[in-house]
Design a protein around this ligand. Structure first.
Ligand code: NZQ
Ligand code: ZN
Length: 387
């Protein structure tokens, strides 16, 4: 196991009616609030009315940044920063899924930066500090509620880039599973695939000695496999929504990757797909993941896939390792299909013409992954197989 520093600073309030802590939590960090939300799902669900009533009753003045798109745009970030400056706001409350939370985090970081926040996203300037952010999560998927990362899109340059800084981690997150009862089946499925992909990114690692982290990872995968279909069949099943929600946070908050190399691969490829074609993140991951697994399966990696097959899919430990590895990959694909997720890029409107460009962009600073590093040509092959 490699050395690591354990630091997961976000305070979590998990369970039904935890919104009761909202006003007291905000007061610990600020008094004038920017309320960030998306396209209106929180209004339909009644969460907007509930939250604003709490803010009003507690004399917490607020302004709004609404209409944050899935794959959040830098334009929303710019707008949010402007409102915070004009209105002297000192706290940001995000209510939504990963897109809303990421946008809120980037507004928080951009507030302290004197020029265009896109500089911070593309890395030509560094985040130094951020306004405090709190979140009310409405979709189990990205883990943004408990990590310091924001992923922001720029349609003008067709880029989608992740940026992180410790100051961007939410101060607190309210995780009430009942808020996810209204998530539509397509997003429930995509969210489940996203959680599993976060696990895969650190589970399949060259560091084979972090036994504990690998067993935790398998537990989260099994949770998704067990509860994803249940949440689809019965959207208001509290147990299913609660387990998926906590899996979402634990999959990416550091717990699984501590003590291992940290270099992801499938996410970098998916971000190019979202940047060019604005597809749903979890859908892109579900299409790419089985192809990535097949592509990197080799005598060097087979043991890890065999272990995955035995421990997660209950495959025969005595069977031929390659047969078990292939069966595990097939099970992964079949599971995504069972959730109703697409299996090909063509189904989501991705043609063949930009595969090379996307592969070049995904690998422009280095190869991807450390388990089996992949270069531009490898990525092009994986994209081609995914068509
Ligand atoms: O915009 P609204 O009306 O809220 O509707 C949203 C949106 O249309 C809807 N939704 C959310 N909660 C709902 C709901 N609909 C009904 N009931 C509810 N309770 O779902 C749609 C998708 O929302 P979005 O926030 O885009 O989904 P998700 O949470 O999957 O976030 C995806 C974004 O996060 C990034 C992705 O790249 C993508 O941009 N990621 C962020 C990460 C991070 N910060 O650590 C890591 C991830 O790997 C990922 O890259
Ligand atoms: Zn993801």
């Amino acid at each position: 196991m490699l050395n690591f520093n354990y630091s997961i600073p976000t305070e979590i309030f998990f369970g039904q009616d935890q919104i009761k802590v909202l006003a007291a939590q905000i007061r610990k960090y600020g008094s004038r609030v920017l309320l960030v939300y998306g396209g209106g799902s929180i209004k339909k669900a009644g969460l907007y009315a509930e939250t604003t009533a709490i803010l009003e009753a507690n004399n917490l003045p607020f302004r709004e940044l609404s209409g944050v798109d899935p794959n959040p745009r830098i334009a929303s970030v710019r707008r949010g920063i402007e409102v915070c400056r004009q209105e002297n706001l000192d706290f940001i409350l995000a209510i939504g899924g990963g897109s809303v939370i990421d946008c809120a985090k980037m507004v928080a970081a951009g507030f302290y930066y004197g020029s265009d926040p896109w500089d911070l996203v593309r890395g030509s300037a560094r985040v130094k500090k951020a306004l405090p952010v709190g979140t009310i999560l409405t979709l189990a998927a990205t883990g943004s509620e408990m990590d310091p990362i924001a992923v922001i899109s720029n349609p003008e340059t067709q880029e989608k880039i992740g940026v992180g800084h410790p100051s961007m981690a939410p101060k607190f997150s309210i995780l009430d599973p009942t808020y996810t009862f209204t998530v539509p089946p397509s997003q429930t499925a995509a969210g489940t695939a996203d959680i599993m992909s976060h696990v895969f990114e650190s589970y399949f690692s060259k560091t084979r000695s972090a036994f504990l982290q690998s067993r935790l990872a398998e537990a989260i995968l099994k949770t998704c496999i067990h509860y994803g279909p249940l949440a689809l069949a019965k959207p208001d099943n509290y147990e299913a929504r609660a387990n998926l929600m906590w899996a979402s946070s634990l999959a990416i908050n550091g717990l699984l990757s501590y003590g291992k190399e940290r270099k992801w691969s499938v996410h970098a490829i998916e971000h190019e797909l979202s940047a060019f074609y604005d597809i749903t993140h979890g859908v892109g991951l579900a299409i790419l993941t089985p192809h990535w697994m097949e592509y990197i399966l080799s005598p060097t990696t087979v043991d890890a896939f065999r272990e995955y097959g035995v421990n997660v899919w209950n495959l025969d430990p005595k069977a031929d390792p390659f047969a078990t590895a292939r069966a595990a990959i097939a099970q992964t694909r079949a599971f995504f299909v069972s959730l109703g997720l697409p299996t090909t890029l063509r189904e989501v409107g991705v043609p063949e013409d930009k595969l090379r460009m996307m592969a070049e962009r995904a690998t422009k600073s280095s190869t991807l992954g450390e388990f089996r590093p992949i270069d531009t040509e490898d990525v092009r092959q994986i994209l081609k197989a995914s068509l």
